[in-house]
Design a protein around this ligand. Structure first.
Ligand SMILES: [Zn+2]
Length: 534
């Protein structure tokens, strides 16, 4: 058995979700993260596929943070025979109890809904990817460690965590095995992030894996005070309109950042004494974990930030429905992109009112309801209801949990010298290509790789990584471009292309021709079905 350290990438390679890096050395096997693929259907389909390893032969998981794209397949790993420990920081373990249970409930509910449809069609039933019980079993395998404290996840492996400044409990994972010294960034936070110091870590590695989410984006530097001023202006504006301020938000971290800012604004009497409803059971539970760790967080007053008397955490559906009759309040609910959860119900009750305001504080992916509203739709369909949009639609885009291009490059430079290979992971192709070019200038002479899913590398000490096994190029192509991406690009360009046709009648003709093409596909399908029955 060779004692050289090897790395296989099972996700988050040329894409941003599904983080799972398998390290093997001298018969020991350690995973850094075991996340879920999220996004397009092609991506989510990968969650159903077999693991690229035998879960029973994994000795331990080293978990960087509680986000589902890093932790979401742990319940499945456990259900399929993994009995080792899941090493993480204490806040990550605390968050994981709720994050995984919530993910398990979503899997069960989704499966139930799909099975009702299949039952009516007389088709075989699906089993859920995992259940809430699987999720809690996985949580039971967590073992917590302090930042910067060495531990031994498996024979021959040493590891320790460094603050990554991304969300509560988030860490970069340093590994030593087979004489090789490696650092996995995990997700890295920006400078000027509420709650957490800037990312930390030692210098001098054989190999470094760095996330690249915003590898192609530079943000204007915004301090916490500047961000708070923006929020103050939005809240004042919304209250002067007289209706509710509805904020779609992510349950973990963004909700608590907003609560911190709102508590501060109320304390400083910069905004009126407004009631704030947090209408998301997951957000309420995550907030309790923040309150429990308040003395480890920057900017937080352990006695009052999360216990501000204006904050009301609604639990039951009945309490949530009672919010339909409130006015002049701030209502925060998940999900952040309005694709599910109680936010949809608050949008139904507020979007049609001129006095209401909807404030977006997070990224809205192409094709989500949040994006459609943000882009100015006059009418939207929510859970089968047609809703006219009269509310003021506002946004603040200076809240972020991710380092931008400059901050990623600073982090990489602070890890130098890197004697072997810098792997750029956790990014879309464009972000990877851009960051690769910039990193080549910033740490000249360093070997840089943008690996594919399924690739295996030998990680020798002090020398570039050697690729031992090729990856899934087919997958990379599919990930980069499934039909939903093509659709989004097509739709974005359509109006522009049509407006370039000068003549009104020519434009009409172009639309008619496109319709003819689409109709021909509908007919094709109908014919096809008809033939199938004979
Ligand atoms: Zn994350």
């Amino acid at each position: 058995m060779t004692s050289e350290l090897t790395l296989t990438l099972h996700g988050a390679a040329r894409t941003v979700t599904g983080s799972c890096h398998e390290f093997v050395c001298g018969g020991s096997r350690v995973l850094v993260d075991c996340g879920m693929f999220q996004g397009s259907r092609t991506l989510e389909g990968l969650n159903q596929g077999a693991f690229g390893f035998d879960p029973r032969k994994v000795d331990a998981v080293v978990l960087t943070h509680a986000h589902i794209d890093h932790s979401g397949l742990l319940p499945r790993l456990v259900a399929e025979g993994f009995t080792g420990r899941i090493w993480c920081t204490q806040p990550t373990a605390d968050l994981l109890e709720y994050m995984l249970a919530d993910a398990g409930r979503i899997q069960e509910a989704d499966t139930q809904r799909r099975n009702r449809r299949r039952d009516r069609a007389g088709e075989e039933e699906f089993a859920p990817l995992y259940t809430e019980a699987d999720a809690l079993a996985a949580w039971g395998q967590c073992a917590s460690v302090e930042y910067e404290e060495w531990f031994e996840p498996a024979p021959g492996f040493r590891a320790r965590f460094w603050n990554a400044g991304h969300i509560l409990g988030s860490a970069s994972a340093e590994l030593q095995a087979g004489g090789t010294h490696v650092l996995c960034s995990g997700d890295l936070g920006p400078e000027n992030k509420a709650f957490h110091p800037d990312p930390e870590g030692p210098a001098g590695f054989d190999h470094v894996l760095c996330e690249s989410t915003y590898g192609d984006r530079e943000r204007e530097p915004v301090t916490i005070e500047m961000r708070r001023k923006l929020l103050e202006a939005e809240i004042r504006g919304a209250l002067s309109r007289g209706g509710n301020l509805v904020i779609p938000t992510f349950a973990l971290e963004r909700t608590q950042e907003l609560l911190l800012d709102i508590a501060e604004l109320i304390r400083a009497k910069a905004i009126p004494d407004v009631p704030v409803f947090i209408d998301s059971p997951l957000a309420s539970r995550a907030t309790k974990v923040f309150a429990r760790h308040a003395d480890e967080l920057e900017d937080v007053d352990p006695d009052c930030t999360f216990n501000c008397p204006n904050f009301h955490f609604t639990e039951s559906v009945a309490e949530s429905i009672r919010l339909n009759s409130v006015s002049g309040a701030i209502i925060m609910a998940a999900s952040g992109m309005c694709e599910a959860g109680r936010i949809r119900h608050h949008l139904i009750h507020n979007l049609h009112k001129r006095e209401s305001t909807v404030l977006f504080v997070g990224y809205q992916a192409e094709g989500t309801l949040g994006r459609v509203i943000l882009e100015g739709a006059g009418r939207v369909r929510i859970s089968g209801e047609d809703v006219i949009v009269r509310a003021a639609i506002r946004r603040i885009d200076s809240y972020s949990a991710h380092a931008d291009q400059g901050e990623l490059l600073d982090w990489i430079a602070a890890r130098a010298p890197i004697g072997g290979t810098l792997f750029l992971v956790h990014g879309e192709q464009g972000a990877l290509d851009t960051l690769r070019g910039m990193a080549a200038n910033r740490v000249p002479g360093t070997n840089i790789a943008t690996p594919e899913i399924g690739e295996t590398y030998a990680l020798p000490p002090g020398a570039p990584a050697r690729r031992l096994k090729t990856g899934r190029s087919d997958l990379t192509r599919a990930l980069g471009h499934d039909w939903q991406n093509s659709y989004a690009e097509f739709v974005t360009g359509l109006k522009r292309d049509l407006s370039r046709i000068d003549d009104q009648r020519e434009r009409e003709r172009a639309i008619a021709e496109m319709r003819k093409v689409l109709d021909s596909y509908t007919r094709f399908r109908a014919d096809h079905k008809g033939r199938g029955r004979h």
